[in-house]
Design a protein around this ligand. Structure first.
Ligand code: ZN
Ligand code: ZN
Length: 145
């Protein structure tokens, strides 16, 4: 974990369970510090362009009502990534409360596994993105296999 590099202790991991991915991808101080730490650790520049940092000033300064706490996703995006053998990832826009559907597929975003109904951790600790953190099922199916 990048907590020490970001200047946070291990106890700060509770931020992720409380605030989800907004800790990493918002425009507030934690996202800035984690972004800087990830840049130092990976040598990659411009990581803030993968956060909401460029849009700070357009939203509530405290982030209220901007980010979802639960992960939401578009099953068709996951399925497309699998079909094309590309990396499954969660677009930043899906973490925004006001975004209710996928701009590519025009499908409503979902927040529960079609197999077991579990909501998903924003940062899964044991499975890859696109797979249920409880049952292991692929989240790209919309309840029909
Ligand atoms: Zn989609
Ligand atoms: Zn499941």
């Amino acid at each position: 974990m990048v907590n020490p590099e970001a200047g946070f202790g291990v106890a700060r991991n509770s931020l992720f369970s409380k605030y989800g991915l907004s800790v990493l991808n918002s425009y507030r101080n934690h996202a800035k510090k984690y972004g800087e730490a990830l840049s130092r650790l990976t040598g990659m520049k411009g990581l803030e362009q993968h956060t909401m940092m460029p849009f700070r000033g357009l939203f509530d300064s405290m982030g209220k009502g901007v980010f979802r706490q639960e992960k939401h996703w578009c099953p068709e995006c996951y399925l497309d990534a699998m079909r094309q053998s590309t990396l499954v990832y969660d677009p930043l826009v899906f973490s925004l409360m006001e975004v209710k559907s996928c701009p590519v597929h025009q499908l409503a975003l979902v927040s529960q596994c079609p197999d077991c109904g579990a909501t998903q951790q924003a940062l899964p600790s044991s499975r890859k993105i696109g797979w249920c953190t409880r049952c292991g099922g692929f989240l790209g199916y919309m309840g029909v296999k």
